[in-house]
Design a protein around this ligand. Structure first.
Ligand SMILES: Nc1nc2c(c(=O)[nH]1)N[C@H]1C(S)=C(S)[C@@H](COP(=O)(O)O)O[C@H]1N2
Ligand SMILES: [Mo]
Length: 497
């Protein structure tokens, strides 16, 4: 092939065809078996913890989008190289493309959430990629211009269009509706409970008391949301128990149901951060299921596993506490659990950070001792992770310009499972003043505060601190989120004028 551009383009188009063929087939087999996603998910699990923490800090909930885009750039460059090395015959590029394909096969085979069939998409991708590359190479080198150029453009155009259709088709197939089971769930999930008056100060700038499913924060390691087939779904309960259980969704739906309003919080939430939200969760108390299985003495944690292999460990003593809402939840705010939040069933536990208590796409509960390490423990996070009391200023916003004089500041505070007893606010290190608190719904939910401040013209620092119902006041000492949650007072700077 003569031109460098044509050779690079051939490599890129061949790899695009490969990825598209793999993605299309993955729509039929299992979405995470798509070569692109299998490699991406493996990359996430292999990424060192400090890099992961940095990605969450810099990119927040877009961290996965950034990873996918970065992968696309790297793969595009490698594909161009595969094209460039094939000067006379197609063999060198074809071998490189086959090697990329095999990387996808290995990545898919190593995924815990992908069965043996999961290697098919990457195998198909390899065949498609090599085939496309050979075809492009031939069409570009055999015939004389201008006929040859026309043939290359036709082949290239055909492959580009086919790739687009394949990629879109794969994603569409993966979204197959879970129809019947979702309807059965929808019938069993009660409408959201009325919120008591005065439970939030949304008019003063706090979030609404209940977070809509669309606005609920999302934190997980899954690149593509796992799609679980609700009909074949089973929850296995085993390990240090008297009786092993294998519960179907119908089994759960037949059991006594509870709906609890719970504020969930992520351990990665920085002081003042957004990773906390409140919803009505509907499901079966975990305690009931544990009682039925019969927990043997010596069991220390419920080791939970998600369909994508993510694991977490929840202390048995917390789950056994009758005053602690802890659910196998299948409903959220009056609807079946959304796919992003763990459809069909997730754990939710009041008072523990999500990474030790809220496994989504749940498939397995094993009663074990604490010796068994979980996904985040292996990456340096703590075994036990009770939520630390926090309070946040929602208004004024950092660096906001506000009118000088009287100003109503407002914010959010939480201390599950104890609840918030008091929030204090001060300006420029002056005396602390009690803020007014919103109606208390329960210790398992957040509580909003507001306070009328006097802000003389100029730069002003506003701080807040909460005291929980156990009598503990937030410490001013700043510690980072690793290993068991940030502490410190939220402080913002604004300008009054
Ligand atoms: N399967 C799975 N479950 C998971 C996680 C995950 O990465 N995978 N992340 C946990 C973490 S760190 C938190 S804070 C909560 C977040 O739940 P949400 O995304 O519904 O808000 O889910 C928990 N459950
Ligand atoms: Mo989290």
């Amino acid at each position: 092939m003569r031109s460098t551009a044509i050779r690079a383009l051939s490599g890129m188009l061949a790899v695009a065809s490969a990825l598209a063929a793999g993605h299309l087939l993955s729509g039929l087999v299992e979405q995470n078996a798509s070569p692109f996603l299998a490699v991406g998910n493996t990359a996430i699990d292999l990424t060192p913890e400090p890099v992961k923490a940095l990605a969450i800090r810099w990119f927040g909930e877009s961290d996965k989008l950034v990873l996918l885009a970065g992968m696309a750039v790297v793969i595009g460059l490698l594909a161009a190289v595969a094209g460039l090395v094939s000067r006379s015959g197609p063999a060198p590029g074809a071998v490189l493309i086959a090697a990329f394909g095999l990387l996808g096969v290995v990545a898919a085979a190593a995924r815990p959430d992908v069965g043996v069939l999961g290697m098919l998409p990457s195998l198909a991708a390899t065949v498609a990629g090599v085939g496309a590359f050979v075809a492009l190479h031939r069409s570009a080198s055999e015939a004389e211009p201008p006929a040859g150029r026309r043939r290359f453009l036709l082949t290239a155009g055909g492959l580009a269009a086919g790739s687009l259709i394949g990629a879109l088709g794969g994603s569409a197939l993966a979204q197959r509706p879970d129809g019947r089971a979702r309807e059965a769930l929808a019938r069993r999930v009660p409408a959201p409970q009325p919120i008591p008056g005065g439970a939030d100060f949304a008019a003063n700038g706090t979030p609404a008391f209940r977070t809509s499913n669309a606005d609920f924060y999302r934190v997980d390691t899954a690149l593509a949301v796992p799609r679980v087939d609700p009909d074949s779904w089973r929850l296995r309960v085993h390990g240090m128990v008297d009786r092993e259980l294998a519960l179907s969704l119908d089994d759960l739906l037949r059991r006594p149901q509870e709906t609890r309003t719970i504020t969930m919080t992520c351990v990665s939430n920085e002081v003042g951060g957004p990773y906390t939200s409140t919803a009505d969760f509907t499901g079966v108390p975990i305690r009931d299921v544990l009682r039925e299985a019969g927990v043997r003495p010596g069991a220390e944690q419920v080791f939970s596993t998600s369909i994508d292999g993510y694991t977490a460990g929840t202390p048995v003593d917390v789950l056994a506490d009758p005053d602690r809402p802890a659910l196998l939840a299948y409903g959220m705010n009056g609807e079946p659990l959304p796919a992003e939040h763990g459809f069909p069933v997730r754990m939710v536990t009041s008072g523990l950070y999500g990474y030790v208590s809220a496994t989504k796409w749940l498939v397995d509960l094993e009663l074990t001792t604490f010796d068994r390490e979980t996904y985040w423990e292996q990456r340096g996070w703590a075994q036990r992770a009770p939520i630390k009391a926090q309070s946040r200023i929602d208004r004024p916003k950092p660096f906001e310009k506000v009118p000088a004089g009287r100003f109503t500041a407002a914010g959010t505070a939480w201390a599950q499972p104890h609840g918030i007893a008091r929030v204090e606010v001060r300006v420029d290190g002056g005396p602390w003043r009690d803020a007014q608190l919103s109606t208390e719904v329960s210790g398992h939910t957040w509580r909003m505060w507001r306070a009328e401040l006097e802000l003389p013209p100029g730069g002003r620092t506003v701080e807040c601190r909460a005291t929980d119902r156990a009598g503990t006041t937030q410490t001013p000492q700043r510690v980072p989120t690793v290993p068991d949650g940030a502490t410190g007072w939220h402080s913002i700077f604004c300008t009054a004028r």
